[in-house]
Ligand binder design. Structure first.
Ligand code: SF4
Length: 201
């Protein structure tokens, strides 16, 4: 009997890339929908959410532009629009020159309302067993690290792109890596995507 073929004949990496691309489309349309509901553009929404959780050193136009992979003038336009909507204020930073961005009370309230913008994705992932989530996180962070080295993806503060990351130090498949800064094993489930101690490799 002929062997039945599954996977529609496409290689596994091709299908995985297709699935990630589809996910990206879905998230973009979800972001557009929630942003529109609050009278924002998706970039303005990202800025409001980032300002609600970032420490002061990252609350500047240039830092936000780098984080969201847009030019500084583009991010500056988005920030000016948020100022006109009374959602953020600019004030001198600790050095007196740099402009620190801060959410107004109205902006903080909008950020709280926006927090669950990707709730459908989180709910879908929550239905996936934790070991599978950890393996998927590991796979995606490895791919992101490769793409960062090729300048396809902007730098993220991930373990896999950090100079303190020691790969494959242990035999435990659930915790193979090590952090030389924290001096601790790094279980796959604990790999960080936005580590404050991150330093580029
Ligand atoms: S310093 Fe942070 S990002 Fe770097 S390896 Fe350790 S936990 Fe990961």
């Amino acid at each position: 009997m002929a062997e039945q073929q599954t996977g529609d004949g496409e290689p596994l990496d091709r299908r995985l890339a297709d699935a990630i691309e589809r996910l990206g489309h879905g998230l973009r349309s979800l972001a557009q929908r929630t942003a529109r509901e609050h009278g924002l553009t998706p970039l303005q929404q990202q800025a409001v959410l980032a300002l609600s959780r970032h420490p002061s050193v990252r609350r500047e136009v240039s830092a936000l532009a780098a984080e969201f992979d847009v030019t500084t003038p583009t991010m500056s336009d988005a920030i000016s629009a948020l100022e006109r909507k009374d959602l953020i204020t600019r004030s001198p930073g600790p050095d007196g020159r740099r402009r620190l961005l801060t959410l107004t009370p109205t902006g903080a309230d909008i950020a709280r309302q926006l927090q669950p913008w990707d709730g459908p994705l989180l709910a879908a992932l929550d239905a996936t067993p934790k070991p599978d989530q950890a393996t998927t996180l590991h796979t995606l962070l490895n791919a992101i690290a490769v793409l960062q080295r090729q300048n396809v993806v902007r730098l993220m503060r991930t373990c896999t792109s950090c100079r303190f990351f020691a790969r494959d130090t242990y035999e435990d498949p659930a915790a193979p890596h090590h952090c030389n800064l924290l001096r601790l094993p790094l279980p796959l489930a604990d790999l960080r995507t936005d580590c404050p101690e991150h330093e580029p490799a």
